[in-house]
Design a protein around this ligand. Structure first.
Ligand SMILES: NC(=O)c1ccc[n+]([C@@H]2O[C@H](COP(=O)([O-])OP(=O)(O)OC[C@H]3O[C@@H](n4cnc5c(N)ncnc54)[C@H](O)[C@@H]3O)[C@@H](O)[C@H]2O)c1
Length: 360
């Protein structure tokens, strides 16, 4: 007996939808693109023709009313209102990170998802990366960690965007986009409060680029208990010291701004004698899993080995897991609650930064 593919409605058909979600949904037999939604008519038409999808919507509420849509991928800029409506409409959800812009917006989404029998996952694809999974096994094998470091200096995105054909619609009124961004910025400023609002850009960087790092840490060590230091090194560069259960310290450094050609993102864990480092690839490169670098003692001297994760695309593994949750009843590895925990930590980091500046 064949199982019917899960009909997915893709809401927001921009860069990440075109580079990863749409081609993967098109390719995997357990899923199919049931409908498309974007503000741009050019994109709805171009992508609809390319993928052979007739159901095309301007308003996501119309897509949610389509009975062929069993699940949605939320790839817009502002996620919370779409996730709320999707859960209310009884659709399974995979929402791109960040879950929302503030913990206050995220909390009711988590509650609604947990009350429902729906699958609701946040798109922390790095947690599905075969190299990350392999790295976690190696970390568990070195015993109690003494020290953790996460370093994420985003390299240039534009080199990798050029690897793919992307459709861009110039038919969306820039005022509509600007109004959406301004409304989100106002919500963020309100959530951060007057004494922290000056760090709006760093907070947004933590949500956009840094939420992956917070998720990777949480996936390995649980929720951070303390933020003992946080510092704005530059307008898009931050340094923080977090404390994990058992008093294990983590040094976190994140920078964004296309300042380097190379993508430099890794998590390193030092045990008593060994070090495990998970080295992530540029997220826009398909079929490139993270590498695991092991530094151990061997006989009388040091040894260094590089273990490649099984080649695969983290986004593809994420969708396979989503299908297994919807059809097979598996528990989501990245439920919405994790997205809320990361937003709460992002706020604590910004608060610690502002506190330190006020004391200086
Ligand atoms: N997992 C990752 O590594 C990763 C990488 C890039 C982006 N993202 C996330 O994906 C999301 C989208 O990023 P992007 O780079 O694709 O942005 P983008 O601007 O290229 O695409 C967003 C698309 O959504 C459409 N849109 C916006 N509001 C809409 C609405 N209300 N209804 C219908 N369509 C709407 C826009 O027209 C646009 O085409 C962001 O939240 C971002 O954080 C994740």
């Amino acid at each position: 007996m064949t199982t019917k593919p899960i009909g997915v409605g893709v809401i927001g058909c921009g860069e990440i939808a075109q580079l990863m979600h749409l081609p993967i949904l098109h390719e995997l037999p357990e899923l199919e693109i049931a409908a498309l939604c974007d503000l741009s008519a050019t994109m709805r038409q171009g992508l609809g023709e390319h993928y052979g999808v007739a159901a095309r919507y301007h308003d996501y509420r119309d897509l949610l009313a389509d009975p062929a849509v069993e699940a949605v991928a939320v790839c817009t800029f502002d996620h919370a209102p779409v996730v709320e409506a999707a859960l209310a409409a009884g659709k399974h959800v995979l929402v791109e990170k960040p879950l929302a812009f503030t913990p206050e917006e995220a909390r009711p989404l988590v509650e609604a998802a947990e009350r429902s029998a729906l699958v609701a996952m946040i798109g922390y694809m790095k947690l599905y990366d075969p190299g990350y999974v392999l790295g976690l096994e190696r970390i568990a094998a070195i015993g109690r960690p003494k020290m953790i470091q996460v370093h994420d200096f985003a390299g240039r995105f534009d080199r990798y965007q050029q690897l793919y054909t992307q459709l861009r619609g110039a038919d969306v009124d820039p005022a509509v986009i600007e109004a959406g961004r301004a409304a989100a910025a106002a919500r963020v400023r309100a959530a951060l409060g007057p004494s922290h609002a000056g760090h709006h850009d760093l907070y947004m960087m933590l949500l956009m680029l840094g939420s992956h790092d917070l998720a990777v840490l949480r996936g390995a060590f649980g929720v951070a208990e303390t933020v003992s230091h946080a510092q704005a090194v530059g307008p898009t560069h931050l340094l923080a010291v977090l404390g994990f259960p058992g008093g294990v310290p983590a040094l976190l450094e994140i920078a964004f701004g296309a300042q380097y050609e190379w993508w430099d993102e890794w998590m390193s864990v030092h045990g008593e004698r060994d070090e495990v480092r998970i080295e992530f690839q540029n997220p826009y490169v398909r079929n490139a899993a993270a590498l695991v670098r092991l530094r151990e003692s061997a006989g009388q001297g040091p040894s260094e080995r590089l273990l490649p994760g099984t080649p695969d695309t983290a986004f593809r593994r994420q969708w396979q897991h989503f299908a297994a949750c919807v059809r097979g009843g598996a528990a989501p590895r990245t439920p919405l609650r994790g997205g809320l925990e990361d937003l709460e930590l992002a706020v604590r980091i910004v608060q610690a930064m502002a506190r330190r500046e006020a004391e200086a």
